[in-house]
Design a protein. Sequence first.
Length: 348
Amino acid sequence: MSDTKNVASNDSGYDVVVVGGGAAGLSAALVLARARRRVAVVDAGSPRNAPAAHMQGFLSRDGMPPAALLEVGRAEAAGYGVDVIEGRVDHIDHIDHIDDVDHIEHGFQVHLAGGPALPARRVVVATGLRDELPDIPGVRERWGRDVLHCPYCHGYEVGDEPIGVLGTHPEGVRHAMLLRQWSADIVFFPHTMDLTGDERERLAARGVRVVDGPVKRLVVDDDRLRGVELAEGSVVPRGAVFVFPRMVPHDDLLTGLGCARDESGQLITDPSGRTSAPGVWAVGNVADRRAQVITAAGMASAAAIAVNHDLVEEEIARDVEKHRGADAASPAFPRPLADVVAPGGHAG
């Protein structure tokens, strides 16, 4: 990882520590550093989209390798003085600082695994998620190459090819109908799903062929996907296969900070990414499973602005208290000269 530091260079602490150095984390750090904040990014170096050769749909960066985007992003952030630290955050302690006038300032100790704790006034969590894939031989091996997930990320590149969709997730049926927009040759493999009559009718109306029976494996030859083999032995030729993975956010740090969730277990944030834990924001896939790279970066930019405003409000409150204290300690203004001059014109 280029332009990084192994330990924090700011002994007095940071205004913000960003956990996660993907597009979201680096975007937040960039905006905050341009606001002249002291910022550190802690990155474990395992981005979700690492298997993909290219990313699409990011204006001015369409087709750019994900690793190249991160390299440029780290260099830009470091150019503004951001400390990019290689490592993993083990846990975060929330510590409120209360001064003599009961003014509360939020603070954190961000503990690195096997390393020091970084003091921070605010925390932005951008730790992303992991894709849990079905246990079908060939799926994980081809993931990000010709086994894909997002039609908006990869549909154009495999347009008009024979495409398969594995029914290993409840969203698989909708996935297959959506992909019909990119190719006229879509086959849906229910695998172990029980399709309803309505689902079969909708797939047929959309022009999606259904091939029933459990899937045994993906057939790969000469480093290319060739087809989908069923348990009964037949092979359906396919050039690409789409899978809807189970998306699991890396949100243990947020759980440890007591961030609230809704009834489905989804993290609750406001439009800026602020969580229920004071001083904590969450951006990117850890907060929104469906966020694409460009969406995650936009979320992070908005969060960074909100974080800076929050810090400014805290600083204004502190400054007002100091100002009031200074006024109370000031000596009384001297009496007017007329009050201290005797009637004869001489000072008394």
